[in-house]
Design a protein around this ligand. Structure first.
Ligand code: AVJ
Length: 325
């Protein structure tokens, strides 16, 4: 049971220097539907809140994905002979261990490249993994994957690019295609791409995962306002915004919003006053849900093809293996 009171902002933010943040926030808040990027959830506290989410009974993706990885990775790694694992958005690398264990079992594991925006999590994780996997080179890359991958110049092949957790769902289709095309451009012929995707299913089950009964997701959502206060010196009052999450059956995605509970004006230095009317919202995240056909369309557009999708159709979450088309 998560103890929210124990998850506080205790350490200063350590992120990729982001001179574009103010401009991006300004553009998002000037749109008719105000919008902020979900990448701003993840400071230290946001990362801890997300970890608490992954342990909630309603939040099925993480534990389903873990079980799929445990079931598949030994055979997949034996087949592929992967020497380098590149992980997009590595976070605390909990799932990476399942892949690394399977790589180590083949005796071929040479290099692990975790990519993340959060330097804090990345450096802790790298030091720990070096101890756990002697003989494995760990070369973290600090990067905003929506912009670049920032990969090391030399990587032993074949490599596996992994993008887990269903984070592809955070990207609108054009951005999702750009991201996958960026991965495709970094791939060599024997390389593979492993992606976790949350699947379309019963709407009530999806909505429950984003409206947990303990209010952790609501806290996670409001944390973005604290990040803006800290990073930009804004004066958002998180208590004046309510969490809302709903499934859009046409676009096949969850939308998370922060709804202003009253008329209010927020001051953001360098940007000036931003007015909210009561009931007006900021969209803070989309989490798109896929099926095999929609993943296939995404892959096609990015120059990839589905090589394997060996899951039970009843599984609420999928793992897909892609290869250069
Ligand atoms: C980390 C993007 C996969 O979309 O389910 C969890 C983030 N947001 N609860 C998701 C999230 C609210 C999560 N991803």
């Amino acid at each position: 049971m998560p103890n929210l009171a124990r998850i506080r902002a205790t350490r200063p933010l350590e992120r990729v220097p982001n001179p574009g943040m103010l401009a991006e926030v300004a553009a998002g808040l000037a749109a008719p539907q105000k919008e902020l990027s979900p990448k701003y959830f993840y400071d230290q506290r946001g990362s801890e809140l997300f970890e608490a989410i992954t342990r909630l009974p309603e939040y099925y993706p993480t534990r389903t994905e873990r079980a799929l990885l445990e079931g598949w990775m030994p055979e997949l790694m034996a087949q592929l002979g992967t020497r380098t694992l590149i992980e997009l958005g590595a976070g605390n690398a909990e799932k990476s261990r399942i892949i690394l264990d399977a790589m180590r079992a083949t005796g071929l594991a040479e290099l692990y490249v975790p990519i993340d925006v959060s330097a804090t999590f990345l450096s802790l994780t790298a030091a720990q993994l070096r101890r756990e996997y002697p003989g494995l080179t760990v070369e973290p890359a600090i990067a905003d994957i929506s912009v670049e991958l920032n990969l090391p110049r030399r990587m032993p092949r074949p490599a596996l690019f992994a993008f887990l957790g269903g984070t592809i769902g955070n990207f609108y289709p054009p951005a999702a295609i750009r991201l996958l095309a960026r991965v495709r451009a970094a791939m060599e012929p024997g390389d593979r791409f492993l992606m976790g995707v949350d699947l379309r299913k019963d709407i009530a089950r999806i909505e429950a995962a984003y409206n947990d009964s303990q209010g952790v997701t609501a806290e996670f959502n409001r944390n973005m306002l604290l990040v803006l206060n800290h990073e930009l010196g804004a004066d958002f009052d998180p208590a004046a915004f309510e969490h809302r999450a709903f499934y859009d059956t046409v676009a096949h995605r969850i939308e998370m919003h922060l709804v202003s509970s009253r008329d209010q004006v927020v001051e953001i230095p360098g940007l000036g006053p931003v007015a909210f009317t009561a009931g007006e919202s900021i969209r803070t995240e989309i989490s798109a849900k896929y099926d095999r056909a929609s993943v296939s369309a995404l892959f096609d557009a990015a120059g990839l093809r589905i090589e394997a999708w060996p899951i039970d159709p009843a599984t609420p979450f999928g793992l897909v293996v892609g290869a250069p088309a």
